[in-house]
Ligand binder design. Structure first.
Ligand SMILES: Nc1nc2c(ncn2[C@@H]2O[C@@H]3COP(=O)(O)O[C@H]4[C@@H](O)[C@H](n5cnc6c(=O)[nH]c(N)nc65)O[C@@H]4COP(=O)(O)O[C@H]3[C@H]2O)c(=O)[nH]1
Length: 854
């Protein structure tokens, strides 16, 4: 400021005193003006009013004549300011600066609005009047407003005359405008349609015109055309001045709108679900139904809304069931579980149905809070389940019954299996055992023998194979019958088993053949002891059906390894030894020797040859006369069998009859003998020879044969022989050992008129009882007694006894084997008038007989 210029205060003072009242007014204004006023002449303050001094923290007089620079923050700012103001001041225009930072006396700063005008344009020295307003507060407010405007999360919009005047950043972002881009655009462009625009505009205009605020939600559009749902709050900028326009607070609620819509849709969906649910759904709180869906009402038979608010207890048939249900529910809810149960519940009309209930708390943290319940009518399902259960029970019953049946069938099957196994075991046993005695058979014996041989090799011991044949068994069997034979065999089996050790094997090969294996022996002595023991145990009489049977064994023994290295050889050799024992007089044992093989071979050969002998017509009958001692006439002729063996000559019956008996060939051969003898006798008679009885020997086997009487009758009839001229001889032993049919057969033969005689009398038991029982006519005293008659008093006594017996029974007696006159003499002395023997004649060929008879 120009220091040369007079100061305004002084001017006012001067005015008061000397100028007119207008000046006084100016001075008053100057003094009391609310803004600072200052007059400067270049660079220097010449005068300022109190407000100016106060603004800068000075007393008014303190500023006078100070440099204007002290009012600025720095010299640079002062000069910059002067430079800025200079053009306007020079031109006489008003210089105005809205904000200038100024400095107080204490160094603090404030913002001032500065206006200045030079007193005389173009002449700076004339001075300049400055007016300064402190705008710090307004500026701060403005800054704050701007900050609010810029940082507000909402949009703020100023409109005037339906155009955008100003807006904040929030609005810009919300609507997608740049900072100033929307200024001046019609408000209409912020709406999607005229209709929207007018609707909102009209509604707002009315309220705003009345000075009230307007609030609404509406669809507007962004700069890019996208719709945006906003909440609008509108005010007039100044109530008393509509022309200043309106201010709009805009909040983007698109997301809320969408969320609301989503929520609304969800609610609608939920409602739809509830309305259409096939389950009853109810919300319950504190024992009361708050609301429920239509299905719930339908289930319980309530009208719409009828269930809402009623106590749940009313849906139960009685308080007990309700309390029970509550307890269970409370227990599950307390445990944080969903409660599921089936209860009988009651409809509005009192009828009942079974419901399946499923309840859960809205909020598990609030055990007493609301719960939602799903209810389903399960009556039909329960009935179906019960029906299924009943059906299942029935089925189970059936299954049980069937199982029991099957168990029964199974038991039967098991029994059958057991039976079958037993049968198999029996079959197996039968395959390896003799059915009659239960002893091992030939197969098992072979097996055991094999093993025993191996064992012997290991132990360096010997093994004995003892072949046992029962003497005269066939006779007993044939004469007394199979039952007696079987009994005998069983008894023999038992006795053999008892006689040997458990480690020994007793086997039956068939018939009356037994084998005993004696392993682990050291030598022949061991097995002779066994053989002796066997003979001893078998010697004891065997009672059977009132009879006493006697049996004796012939035992052939061979040793392994001495007499054979294999089963077949050992068996064959033991067999041969047994035959030898038999030949040696029976009831004895024999060890095998190589020689025996030869006799065994002979035996075999003999048997083979005999098989063809009958057909080959190799048998012949010889006849030996029985002589009346007194007259020496022929009393009878005994037919004796001979075998004219090709190349070997005549073979005597003692050599082959045992083989015929063993093989059973004796039946056919015996029949041939009987027929031939009868035919011969008839032939001799036809030749005119004197009729002499012909005697035929019957073996035990023949006699035991059923149908013997029939055979005899047939032959007698067929040959035409007079029955009285036929005599049948049976040995005393045969007679004794024959079975119960003996008497019957003898009586049948006797009834035919055929005579019977007992051969070899004295070799058996010579029982009077027998003789009395049987219809025999003649006794033939065995030649063994005749032979020693002269030397043996005992034999003489026997002959005497026999004669006495025969006389008492009125039987004829024939002495056999009479070879000497002395024998004949002695016999005659004992009353025996019939004799047979070499003394009279040897057995003769048939063609020699006629001469004898004439
Ligand atoms: N030492 C001696 N012997 C004499 C004497 N007189 C007769 N003999 C013999 O004694 C045997 C008598 O026959 P047997 O006692 O019935 O004994 C007969 C008889 O039991 C049996 N036999 C013979 N032919 C037949 C037959 O056709 N059928 C049956 N089953 N057995 C027969 O054969 C046995 C033996 O017959 P053979 O060898 O013909 O032996 C005959 C005969 O030759 C004598 O003075 N001294």
């Amino acid at each position: 400021m120009d220091r040369g210029t007079r100061e305004p205060a002084n001017m006012i003072e001067e005015g008061e005193s000397m100028l007119h009242p207008g000046l006084l007014e100016h001075a008053a204004i100057f003094e009391h003006a609310p803004m600072g006023i200052m007059f400067t002449q270049p660079g220097v303050v010449r005068r300022c009013n109190p407000r100016m001094a106060q603004m800068f923290g000075y007393a008014p007089e303190e500023l006078v004549n100070t440099s204007g620079a002290c009012l600025f923050v720095s010299e640079e700012q002062y000069h910059a300011f002067l430079a800025e103001a200079a053009p306007a001041l020079h031109d006489g225009r008003l210089f105005e600066k809205a904000e200038q930072r100024l400095r107080r006396r204490d160094g603090s700063t404030f913002w001032g609005r500065v206006r200045a005008k030079s007193v005389e344009p173009g002449r700076r020295a004339a001075g300049t009047v400055w007016m300064v307003e402190d705008v710090s507060a307004a500026r701060a407010a403005e800054t704050e407003v701007r900050a609010i405007m810029n940082n507000a999360g909402i949009g703020i919009l100023f409109t005037r005359d339906r155009r955008v005047v100003r807006y904040n950043r929030g609005f810009a972002q919300m609507f997608g405008f740049g900072a100033e881009e929307a200024v001046g655009v019609p408000v209409r462009s912020l709406y999607g349609s005229d209709e929207h625009y007018h609707e909102i505009g009209d509604a707002a205009a009315n309220l705003l015109a009345r000075g009230e605020s307007f609030q609404a939600e509406a669809w507007m559009v962004r700069a890019d055309g996208r719709p945006i749902w906003v909440q609008l709050i509108g005010h007039q900028v100044r109530r008393d001045d509509p022309a200043l326009g309106n201010i709009w607070i805009i909040e983007d609620r698109t997301r809320n709108k969408r969320a609301e819509e989503t929520l609304r849709n969800a609610l609608l969906e939920n409602q739809a679900i509830l309305d259409n649910a096939v389950l009853g759904i109810a919300v319950v709180e504190r024992g009361r139904t708050l609301h429920c869906n239509a299905k719930m009402e339908e289930l319980f038979g309530y009208p719409p809304g009828g269930i809402n608010g009623i106590p749940v207890a009313e849906l139960y048939p009685d308080s007990a069931s309700w309390m029970a249900a509550r307890r269970e529910t409370a227990r599950d809810f307390l445990a944080g579980r969903v409660h599921m149960a089936e209860h009988e519940v009651v409809r509005a009309d009192g009828s009942r149905f079974w419901a399946r209930l499923s309840g859960r708390l809205f909020d598990l943290a609030q055990r007493q809070g609301r719960s939602v319940w799903l209810v389903d009518d399960v009556t039909a399902r329960r009935e179906a389940a019960q029906a299924v259960a009943r059906a299942r029970d029935e089925l189970e019953l059936r299954v049980l019954e069937r199982t029991a049946e099957l168990a029964g069938a199974n038991a039967l099957l098991q029994a059958e299996i057991v039976e079958r196994r037993q049968a198999e075991a029996r079959v197996h046993h039968m395959a390896y055992h003799d059915s009659l005695t239960g002893l091992p058979n030939r197969s098992l014996l072979s097996d055991r023998l094999d093993r025993a041989m191996l064992s012997s090799q290991r132990n360096d011991r010997k093994l004995a194979v003892m072949f046992i044949d029962l003497d005269r068994f066939k006779t007993i069997n044939d004469s007394l019958g199979h039952l007696a034979g079987d009994h005998l065999l069983k008894e023999v089996a038992n006795r053999l088993c008892r006689a040997v050790r458990a480690s020994d094997t007793v086997a039956r090969l068939g018939g009356d053949e037994f084998v005993v294996l004696v392993p682990g022996i050291e030598g022949p002595r061991d097995c002779t002891q066994v053989a002796e023991k066997i003979i001893e145990v078998l010697s004891a009489p065997i009672p059977h059906e009132g009879r006493i049977l006697h049996i004796s064994p012939s035992i052939g023994i061979c040793l392994y390894p001495d007499h054979g290295q294999d089963v077949a050889t050992l068996m064959r050799n033991a067999d041969a030894a047994m035959y030898h024992a038999k030949g040696a007089g029976r009831n004895t044992w024999q060890f095998f020797t190589e020689r025996m093989n030869e006799s065994a071979a002979r035996h075999f050969e003999l048997e083979s040859s005999l098989r063809v002998a009958l057909a080959a017509n190799q048998f012949e009958l010889f006849y030996q006369p029985v002589i009346e001692a007194g007259t020496r006439r022929v009393h009878a002729l005994e037919a004796l069998l001979r075998w004219r063996r090709p190349g070997l000559g005549l073979v005597g019956p003692d050599e082959f009859i045992p083989i015929l008996e063993e093989s059973g060939m004796i039946i056919a051969v015996g029949e041939w003998v009987l027929r031939s003898a009868c035919e011969q006798a008839v032939a001799w008679q036809r030749q005119g020879l004197p009729a002499v009885p012909v005697a035929v020997n019957l073996s035990g086997r023949q006699f035991a044969q059923r149908g013997l009487a029939g055979t005899v009758r047939r032959i007698v009839e067929e040959t035409g022989i007079a029955p009285a001229l036929l005599e049948l001889e049976i040995t005393e032993t045969t007679l004794m050992q024959s079975g119960g049919h003996t008497l019957e057969v003898l009586e049948q033969i006797n009834a035919m008129g055929v005579r019977l005689s007992i051969d070899d009398f004295g070799t058996g038991y010579s029982s009077l009882a027998y003789l009395k029982r049987f219809p025999v006519h003649k006794i033939k005293v065995d030649r063994a007694f005749v032979r020693e008659l002269e030397a043996s008093a005992e034999d003489r006594a026997i002959v005497a006894a026999v004669m006495a017996l025969a006389n008492s029974l009125q039987l004829s007696v024939v002495a056999e084997g009479v070879e000497t006159e002395a024998q004949l003499q002695l016999l005659r002395e004992h009353g025996c008038e019939l004799a047979q023997g070499f003394l009279f004649a040897r057995p003769l060929e048939a063609h020699q007989v006629p001469e004898l008879l004439r």
